[in-house]
Design a protein around this ligand. Sequence first.
Ligand code: 0T9
Length: 376
Amino acid sequence: GAAVPKEQRQGWGQFLKSIATFSGDLSSMTAPSFILSPVSLTEYPSYWCEHPEEFAAIAQGKDQIERMTLVLKWFIGTLKGQYTARNTSMGSEKKPLNPVLGELFLGKWPEKGSRGETTLVSEQVSHHPPVTAYHIENAKAGVSLEGHNAQKTSFSGRTIQVKQVGHAILRVKPQGSSEEELYLLTLPNLLIEGLWYGSPYVELSGSSYIQSSAGLTATVNYAGKGYFSGKAHSFKATIGSGSNALYTIEGEWVGTSKFKGKSPSGKKDEVFWDASTPREELEVQAIDSQGPMESRNIWKHVADGIRSGDYEAASKDKSRIENEQRQKRKDEAAAGTPHQLEYFVHLDDDKEYAELAAHFGGKPANEDGYRRKPRA
Ligand code: 0T9
């Protein structure tokens, strides 16, 4: 394959073989250097808000149908960043840095015009298995998102299959109303393709749901090349209430999507979302002024090494971090003071999840969850 550097071909072949026989946590595997990303998984929740205007606009919807349409639009608008940003910035999907327990990623999208400031708090709430919790909030707009992410991976044929574990809950204070509206978001399955050629990329498959507390459901069906549209990175979504479909949207989540049939404006083929809309990266404090648990501070030498091609320096500092972590866990165990989460509380049974998930069925009645700790 053209994408694998000559001197790493053997190593890549061995890596693929080891994935094939490996079960469990891919993130802890050592991979050939050309596939390493200098970015930690704790940064990924920022993909949820790279169109801060769309996020803020949700609360402006006049009624529950308009708000659900805005939620779906914001959600579809995040997909290109979530699942293709590494290809765009680094040429292929890359293996993220495996966050340490308690690692933080903090940032904001500043206030702009009438759009209030949006803040992000992301925390690695478990190291083994890796789980990241996050909270994104635009208080002025009355919109916030809380969720957690983990993955179950398996290998079949030439493809890594990733089942996303976790969910997100969006809270909206509709303009001119005091009653909070909730939206449960479930997450799609991923296929990691292109592995044989050393240029992995993500395709989405299966379905994901958005369920509102007001009783509306949006179902998103994902497909790749050769499925319903014949195009890669495609989806078909319906917004409905029970068995009654209100709107159908179809297209590519990396390109344009349109209403099929009925549309809010009544126009034919009304554009739903145009994924060429620029993404806005969040602002993060300079590394020198970051706290000791902040992601870019923890990983600065490793990331520098990966970026400059000094993989020896990268791997040396990565080992130092991992050894320190092992020692920390031992010390905590010996002292009987287990690690405490900084920003989140863990719920064994997320009641809001269970209540909303019951609407679209087929889901386990309970799942754990994370909530932002109340602030002083
Ligand atoms: C939540 C997202 C998630 C995280 C990544 C599977 C994956 C780690 C999890 C699911 C975000 O909201 C969306 C996007 C991409 C997902 C990553 C893609 C990926 O390949 C990695 C896994 C752990 C690997 O790095 C596999 C090894 C490697 C050879 C492929 C590049």
